[in-house]
Design a protein around this ligand. Structure first.
Ligand SMILES: Cc1ncc(COP(=O)(O)O)c(C=O)c1O
Length: 454
């Protein structure tokens, strides 16, 4: 076993970007089945991170495998620029049917980062076609995360991921995150009068709305804010501000889209309709790379009136095997009522998860549906974070994995650099008793962590 681990680590050294001295173990994932992943030694782990936030219908689904095989037997690749394909057309129709009624068009791509790049470009070209070419800036939020490519990283406010690449990025304005536990404006709800939303209006006035193309936000926060859920007034206010300034609202649904929070899209919890939604993880279930920008009818109409095509596209975009896989994932989500299940099971998930707040190192637990963020603190009273050098969240992951449970460690919630968080978001097919088992493992891992760090 040791030889095999050593061989794996030697090979991993050939993967560019492997972190020297990383706290995560160099374990090779061998196979997946349902909610479980197995390493090469047959050790079983509950995939309590679901990917992170990717795996909905579970691992190893044979219906998806068969659909991909059937498509591969017909044809695996042709260039989307020259040919259409049936599964992709069906997928576009399905996505539009599942989206709020104002959405009418899909632009496919291969990752969440690409989907957000795509949305930035759609928004700008939309304004160009309307005779407002100077509207180019995208305003976003500190601690937001939208991807690793240069455009998506520019609109991300997650400093740990940005700060080595500052010279390559657009430095467009950002507003504070609507995270009450660590209010960036040092105010309390509701006396704050939702300053975090009003900040958008202020910054638009400062830079000039004639320069602003769009505002982008994750409906419910992801890696940077550990599942932050803005207050009910937040998105209605954001929508009104965007409309007043003729700015598009781009809703990043890469994590929340397709059921993760108990509704098809996270923004539905606020009853607000954005102009563009981006999605990736949930629509694939983890079976294939695929992503989409879902586009409002009115944007399509502007392009159509001008006879303008969108100057964009990727060679691998809309791959037919990937489309067949995604279509089957969505079939299963619908047929087995898994989005309703995510909402219902979410109640038990939060009831059990919130028991972890008895731990001195657990400062806050937040989220919705089957998406939960656990914020770790050194001092519960003062909310002081751990020293980032301790890499507390990564250590928690290591301890949890020893017990057979996988979560998703992240950092930067306090100021983009410090603040440890641990996200859990299991497949929607998990049972109540499996949720209890996973939380028991996390509970024990937290006790071990506290013994080491407190
Ligand atoms: C909210 C959000 N947007 C965009 C992305 C980028 O997606 P990808 O890693 O597929 O490029 C992520 C990735 O975690 C994400 O969480």
């Amino acid at each position: 076993m040791l030889n095999r681990l050593k061989a794996a680590q030697d090979s991993a050294a050939k993967l560019f970007g492997a972190v020297p001295g990383a706290l995560l173990p160099g374990v090779i994932c061998d196979r997946g089945e349902g909610i479980y992943l197995f390493d090469q030694d047959g050790k079983k782990y509950i995939d309590f991170s679901g990917g992170p936030h990717v795996v909905s219908i579970g691992h190893g689904n044979k219906e998806v495998r068969d659909a991909m095989m059937r498509q591969m037997e017909k044809v695996s690749f042709f260039f989307r620029g020259f040919w259409l394909n049936e599964p992709l057309l069906a997928l576009a129709e399905r996505i539009i049917r599942l989206s709020p009624p104002n959405f009418a068009l899909c632009q496919f791509c291969n990752s969440g980062s690409e989907a957000n790049e795509t949305a930035i470009k759609i928004a700008h070209q939309y304004h160009i076609e309307r005779g407002k070419p100077e509207k180019y800036m995208v305003i976003s939020r500190w601690q937001g995360y939208h991807g690793m490519t240069l455009g998506s990283l520019s609109i991300s406010g997650h400093t740990v991921r940005r700060n080595k690449f500052g010279l390559l990025l657009h430095h467009w304005p950002k507003i504070g995150a609507p995270l009450c536990y660590r209010c960036p404006y040092d105010l309390n709800y509701p006396g704050c009068k939702i300053k975090c939303a009003r900040a958008l209006d202020e910054v638009i006035n400062q830079v000039g709305s004639h320069y602003v193309s769009a505002f982008i936000a994750e409906s419910i926060g992801g890696a940077g804010t550990a599942c932050m859920v803005p207050v009910p007034e937040y998105y209605p206010m954001i929508r009104e501000i965007c409309d007043r300034h003729d700015i598009l609202f781009i809703d990043d649904e890469v994590i929340c889209g397709f059921g993760r929070t108990g509704k098809w899209f996270g923004i539905e919890h606020w009853g607000v309709t954005p102009d563009i939604m981006t999605a990736a993880k949930g629509m694939t279930g983890g079976y294939t790379p695929m992503a989409v920008a879902i586009i409002d009818q009115k944007i399509g109409e502007v392009f159509a009136e001008k006879g303008a095509s969108f100057i964009h596209g990727f060679t691998m975009e809309g791959n037919p095997v990937s489309a067949a896989a995604c279509l089957t994932v969505l079939d299963i989500l619908e047929k087995e009522n898994l989005v309703e299940r995510s909402a219902k099971l979410g109640e038990h998930f939060f009831q059990q998860g919130k028991k972890l707040s008895r731990h001195p190192a657990v400062g806050d637990i937040r989220g919705k549906g089957l998406l939960m963020g656990i914020e770790l603190v050194k001092d519960k009273e003062t909310r002081e974070p751990f020293d980032p050098a301790l890499r507390a969240a990564y250590r928690l992951q290591q301890l949890a994995m020893e017990k057979g449970c996988l979560g998703y460690p992240t950092t930067g919630v306090v100021n983009g650099v410090s603040g440890d968080t641990f996200l859990v978001s299991p497949p929607f097919i998990i049972t109540e008793s499996e949720i209890d088992t996973a939380f028991d493992m996390l509970d024990a891992a937290l006790t071990d962590l506290e013994r080491e760090l407190l």
